[in-house]
Design a protein around this ligand. Sequence first.
Ligand code: MN
Length: 293
Amino acid sequence: MLQLTYCVHPLAWTSRWSNASLDLIGRARELGFDMIEIPLLELDLVDPAAIRRRALDEGMQVCASTACDETHDPTSEDPAIRRQAREFLKRCIDMTAEMGGTVFTGVTYSAIGRRLNQMPDQRYWQWSAEVLKEAARHARPAGVTVGLEAINRYETFLVNTCNQALQLRELIDEPNIGIHLDAYHMNIEEDDFYSPTLKAAPYLCHYHMSESHRGVPGGGRVDWEQIYRALNDANYCGSVGMESFVEIVPAMQAASCMWRKMANSSDQLLSDGLKYLRKVHERVCPSTVTSAR
Ligand SMILES: [Mn+2]
């Protein structure tokens, strides 16, 4: 029985979360989502207590995500920057717990967009694992799982595939380290969609249901049926989320290299995409879809 919680990243509407964004929690619910993924990027702007209150009022669940940058990079050669990464991740974990979330995920293991001009040796894996071990130990008593999102080779040198995420997880060796897959990145890096999903499933903490061109799910190359079959075969019970954007600020556009409009509006993309995903869900695993609110 496949029980999924459908989540949305507010990147659809804004890249800076602040108290001015709180109404998006209700907007996400109106579009049919059960959970919202709070971006922890500019931490001073985020008010976890206000998020918790609003989410409770709206009957919404929350999770949180980030992408490390060069000022707090777990794989930095500079120990001071790695220390910054540890402190940053711990602060994100505290904020996740405070807003009522149990999953903190994303590019937690290295600075997004960082490129090397040589083969990354074992030191990079060790550095990342050391930082994440401490983060995981900090997160455990708070009931938070720390996710590792595998992303494509143009955006990180460390974790491009499900297998590499599992390797890093093994190196960290803490029970509350989760795996986070994203179909957009998998389309570039994996051989197929079924086997990595099945393999990650026991540790899966989140799944970005992004299309191969980051447009409306169902309109690109991703094999959604394989993904749902694997989730169903593995009895996955957790969140899957949409991470899409149309009206986006230049900084995000540059980071994601999205220079064309994939839908008329973010709301259109999200509601058409969610409708499609629920349809595949129902087709692959009949009558296991949690009743629409
Ligand atoms: Mn993603």
